[in-house]
Design a protein around this ligand. Structure first.
Ligand code: DGY
Length: 328
């Protein structure tokens, strides 16, 4: 029986399936493993199911040992992996694309709407007993209908997000590494350069993978280029945005608001962020639905079972070990 370690409890059903043919051990704590625990727990395992909170680098790969064949991320993003280090050792890395596109896109819309219509702020006011009755100028927000929706990064999640814009009769503009003509036809979207995206978007949603080239994709300069009425939404990865610059921009009303699911130094927030009324912040829950998290578990387990059975996994992300290009 191969030995599999799971760095945090994930939905039970796929784990039960894995247990039928493998020896499975799971982090018993309701928290991420510390670095020392991770280094200790991977030792001697044939496969490890990891989270985006686990940094998998040379040290961890060496601690696991040469028998370890796969680290399967329970996430679509894989910026927590050192791809080169794993590939050099012949260790397969996988992710969970496809199954969380809809949940993540819907969540990005929830944030966009919540910021535009100031819902959490109004709710705080009401719950605190400060409401003194209907008022014509209370909690005025931004219309969403007929506005310009900007999308940075047109992978599967970005496209799914864009497809929902038709409900609000929005103009859709996007910037991506490459143009996607099928998408332009399907969503009536227009490809623009980054400067135009920043200048023209009323709502800008980030759907880029985190890589050295996309770190601080939005910084002070980019925020200054946006409309003072603009709303920024980030459900990708925190470091896509220079959070300190964003706090300053929100405080000084350089932009109107922001909806954030992810943060630059998770689980910590940049000082000042949580005190701002014009930002909606939630703790990295874009894929957190029963259905989606179960589907992610099934994929991670399937990837592990394939590799341990000597078959190529569906979602290999190492460039030289995969059969299909990786997906976001
Ligand atoms: C992912 O899968 O990359 C998300 O951030 C977690 O749901």
């Amino acid at each position: 029986m191969s030995k599999v370690y799971v760095t945090r409890q994930i939905p039970q059903e796929p784990l039960d399936r894995l247990r039928r043919s493998h020896e499975v051990e799971i982090n018993p704590h309701d928290r991420p493993l510390t670095r020392d625990e991770l280094l200790r727990e991977v030792r001697g395992r044939d496969a490890v199911i990891t989270l985006l909170t686990d940094t998998i680098d040379s040290e961890v790969l060496d601690a696991a040992g040469p028998q370890c064949r796969i680290f399967a991320n329970y996430a679509v993003g894989y910026n927590n992996f050192d791809l080169d280090a794993a590939t050099r050792r012949g260790v397969i890395l996988t992710n969970t694309p496809g199954v969380l596109d809809e949940a993540t896109a819907t969540h990005a819309w929830s944030l966009l709407l919540a910021v535009a219509r100031r819902i959490p702020e109004a709710e705080r006011h009401l719950r605190a007993g400060r409401w003194n009755g209907w008022g014509p100028l209370q909690f005025l927000g931004q219309d969403v209908d007929h506005k310009t929706l900007g999308i940075a990064g047109l992978g599967r999640i970005g496209s799914q997000f864009a497809s929902k814009a038709a409900a609000f009769n929005m103009r859709v503009i996007y910037h991506n590494l490459v143009r996607v003509p099928e998408f332009e036809q399907a969503c009536g979207a227009t490809f623009v350069d980054k400067a135009t995206l920043l200048r023209e978007a009323d709502f800008l949603s980030l759907h880029l993978p985190l890589m050295p080239e996309t770190r601080h994709y939005i910084g002070a300069q980019e925020l200054a280029a946006m409309k003072p009425t603009a709303v920024l939404v980030n459900t990708g990865r925190g470091p896509l945005v220079d959070e300190q610059a964003l706090v300053a921009a929100l405080r000084d009303r350089v932009i109107w608001g922001a909806g954030l699911d992810v943060f630059e130094h998770e689980p910590l927030l940049t000082p000042g962020l949580a005190e701002l009324e014009n930002v909606v912040i939630v703790p990295h829950i874009a894929s957190a639905t029963f259905e989606t998290r179960l589907a992610m578990g099934r994929i991670a387990v399937e990837n592990v079972m394939s590799v341990l059975a000597g078959r190529p996994p569906q979602n290999c992300i190492n460039p030289s070990l995969r059969h299909e290009p990786p997906q976001f």
